[in-house]
Design a protein around this ligand. Structure first.
Ligand code: AHM
Ligand code: MG
Length: 335
């Protein structure tokens, strides 16, 4: 008998009932993300061909130059999410403030807020290296039918109802979790359909890869420096292999499949590291924990942090459980 490959569309419908608040709304939301991902994928793929590369001229709220594809991806995702009557607010790494949806319509029933990094790792676009989209979904905490408020977005990551990422790599994959494990879908570009290719993804208990920008080594705190030295020592299964793409989604994705640890520590020059809690760390931490991995910011679990601002940055250590635990031992010695 011919083997039937499951599409993302079929998977969403089949698993709808797993979701505790299931009314099909979350399915519609994931569908919106699926569609926008395809559009962005198409644009990313032709980036080298047409004049959509380079700086858009704007500077985002982090003080970084925006490239045109960032702007485009931001627009596509916001457009897709706005259309459905499910989302009451969107916060994006590329926007200074959150966007309120349906604030004029008092009868609207939209229950979800989406936080998104539309195109992460964008400095890699010019050199044809993988980039990604990261998304995070929460139920609002303020009453339905009222305009969304900042507190709807500033929820600890453990409140996420779903999170995921798209990696635009050698193939394009959408990986997500609604709190029942992690599943990965690969896009067949010929027909524009995502197929379930990586069911029930799990971080190996331990691994041999460490991913960190070692150029910042001199600025790291002693615990991190010592852990990096530990990774490089010859003993047992060490030295480990160093792999750093500089694209969080890709580094994370590889480490989840092969076993490894990703680190973006704070340093003497960046007090809170670089990565954003709401758009990058929380969704990745949610997926990591759902995949039997671990994510910490130092002593604390990432998902327990109560955010204080939309664009907050935190140190981020994430990956195979045993490796993160080992790192934690080193951090505990000094801090
Ligand atoms: P971005 O949101 O501006 O693209 O920055 C986030 C990216 C991550 O994808 C990546 O892991 C990290 O920045 C790399 O930073 P660095 O070049 O400092 O190592
Ligand atoms: Mg980013």
């Amino acid at each position: 008998m011919e083997k039937k490959n499951k599409t993302l569309g079929e998977f969403i419908i089949e698993n709808q009932s797993e979701f505790q608040y299931s009314t099909g709304e979350l399915s519609k939301l994931i569908n919106a993300i699926r569609l926008a991902a395809k559009v962005v994928n198409h644009e990313v793929n032709k980036a080298g061909l047409i004049d959509i590369l380079g700086e858009a001229g704007d500077t985002n709220v982090q003080g970084e130059d925006q490239q045109k594809l960032d702007v485009l991806a931001n627009e596509k995702f916001i457009q897709a999410l706005r259309k459905r009557e499910i989302v009451c607010g969107i916060a994006s790494e590329e926007e200074d403030d959150f966007i309120t949806i349906n604030s004029q319509d008092e009868n609207h029933q939209n229950k979800y807020v989406v936080l998104i990094d539309p195109l992460d790792g964008s400095s890699n676009i010019d050199v044809n290296v993988s980039v990604g989209t990261i998304f995070s979904i929460y139920r609002r905490v303020t009453p339905v039918g009222t305009p969304v408020k900042l507190e709807d977005f500033l929820q600890p990551g453990k409140n996420q109802v779903a999170a995921g990422y798209v990696v635009y790599g050698t193939s394009t994959m959408l990986v997500y979790s609604t709190g029942h494990g992690v599943n990965g879908f690969t896009l067949n570009p010929a027909i524009g359909t995502f197929y379930l290719s990586h069911p029930n993804m799990q971080f190996p208990e331990t691994g041999k890869i460490y991913s960190v920008n070692e150029g910042n080594y001199v600025h790291f705190l002693q615990g991190v420096k010592d852990y990096i030295k530990y990774c490089q020592e010859e003993d047992g299964d060490r030295p480990y292999t160093s792999r750093y793409i500089g694209s969080l989604v890709s580094d994370f994705h590889r480490n989840m499949i092969k076993g490894g640890i990703y680190m973006y520590p704070k340093s003497s020059v960046t007090q809170n590291g670089k990565l954003r809690l709401l758009y990058e760390c929380n969704p990745m931490a949610f997926i990591a924990e759902q995949a039997n991995g671990m994510a910490i910011g130092g002593k604390n679990r990432i998902l327990d942090i109560v955010p204080t601002e939309l664009h907050q940055r935190v140190p981020f250590f994430c990956g195979s459980k045993k490796m993160v635990e080992k790192l934690q031992e080193f951090l505990d010695k000094y801090h």
